[in-house]
Design a protein around this ligand. Structure first.
Ligand SMILES: *Cc1c(COP(=O)(O)O)cnc(C)c1O
Length: 376
């Protein structure tokens, strides 16, 4: 089946009692155990609502198995702690989600886990590998400047050295990018973003081979970051429109990026779909479309970033991303607020940059809103 069909149908557990077409919400946290070898329990990540979503995500990501979590960070932290031991080393791309960056700097030291932050360039990632490197962790397109990492090249390096490769695929979604097909071992998602898509749930997911999921599940049962049945239902409902939403968002983002690129008051546009973007060729190879996320830098002489955001009428200054509504934020004040000023400079992040999460509205309306806010 193609992705649009998988979004609607894969994993659906049709209601046998009423012949309803949707997966019912199974609220039980206690299940009779005598007839089944598997003991069902929400924190064992094996309830019917959890399994329905996993089946859909596995279809979309070409994965054997997966786990659904109560947040993206629950998914990411569980994956990392499932495999890392004291004395191990991790190579991490430095321009990853601010929360993941902070997780590493705040938690790894006290468990004796070493880490090196690198650029997103394949050579730099390869150079950072040590004798004790256990995991290479990447994210592409990255936050907030949409840098592109060569997934296949990184996966090959990891395989050749017997190192696990992990990717955060939140920005691209399973519609635009399937890292397992490119040789990556483990894919993590923040479901709070595009998978949920309506800015009203918090969840996360991991997909991989059965073998890797077994290891992650063992840790996950101890850490306990499982998702409740009601939120599972919301997520399953959202996933039915994932393909159609992401397609429209990607088209809108492309149009906005093209328009802003030629605007006199915009100094720079960061969007992997623009030929001027340094990652364009790689993005074209590994992505089906270039995604809903873009960033741009205001001309400092023209307009102040805060003033610009206040003048917007349709687009809301808000955190998070991937929803049906277009929102804007200053990375320096939001996702990267916990990252030092020096590191922000090193990452190329400044206070004139704004990140746009493009929704499913009409692109002309969005462009008109941005243009009126840029005008005097
Ligand atoms: C939001 C986000 C996360 C964390 O997800 P939560 O659901 O907020 O825990 C991880 N990675 C990326 C790329 C994100 O955007």
């Amino acid at each position: 089946m193609k992705k649009d069909t998988q979004c609607v149908h894969s994993g659906t557990l049709k209601d046998k009692t009423t012949r309803g077409v949707n997966t019912p919400i199974f609220t039980s946290s206690s299940f009779q155990y005598l007839d089944e070898p598997e003991n069902i329990y929400p924190r064992y990540f094996n309830t019917p609502n959890q399994k329905a979503i996993i089946a859909k995500l596995c279809a979309l990501e070409n994965a054997e198995d997966g786990l659904i979590f109560s947040s993206g960070m629950a998914a990411i932290s569980t994956v990392l702690f499932a495999f890392l031991n004291s004395g191990d080393h991790v190579v991490m791309q430095k321009d990853i989600y601010g929360g993941t960056h902070h997780f590493a700097t705040a938690e790894f030291d006290r468990f004796g886990i070493q880490y090196t932050f690198t650029s997103n360039k394949t050579e730099d990632i390869a150079d950072a590998i040590q004798q004790n490197t256990k995991i290479i962790y990447i994210e592409t397109p990255s936050n907030p400047l949409l840098l592109i990492t060569d997934i296949e090249a990184v996966a090959q390096i990891a395989k050749s050295k017997n190192i696990l490769s992990v990717i955060d695929n939140t920005f691209a979604t399973p519609i635009n990018q399937n890292p397992l097909d490119l040789g990556i071992d483990i894919v993590a998602h923040s479901g709070t973003k595009s998978l949920g898509g309506h800015s009203d749930i918090c969840c996360g997911a991991v997909v991989a081979s059965k073998h890797h999921i077994e290891t992650i599940r063992a840790a996950a049962c101890n850490f306990g970051g499982s998702l409740n049945a009601l939120t599972c239902y919301f997520l399953e409902r959202s996933l039915k429109t994932l393909a159609i939403r992401v397609e429209k968002q990607s088209k809108n983002a492309y149009r906005i990026a093209q328009r802003l690129q030629n605007h006199a008051r915009i100094q720079k546009v960061y969007y992997p779909g623009l030929e001027s973007h340094p990652g364009y060729e790689i993005a074209k190879r590994q992505m089906n479309a270039f995604g809903a996320m873009l960033a741009f830098e205001l001309d400092p002489q023209a307009i102040d970033a805060e003033q610009f955001q206040k003048k917007l009428k349709l687009i809301t200054p808000a955190v998070s991303l991937g929803g049906v509504e277009t929102i804007i934020c200053s990375p320096m004040l939001t996702s990267h607020a916990k990252i030092s000023a020096e590191e922000c400079i090193e990452l190329g992040i400044n206070d004139r940059q704004l990140r746009l999460s493009v929704g499913i509205e009409d692109a002309d309306d969005l462009i008109a809103d941005i243009e009126q806010a840029l005008a005097n």
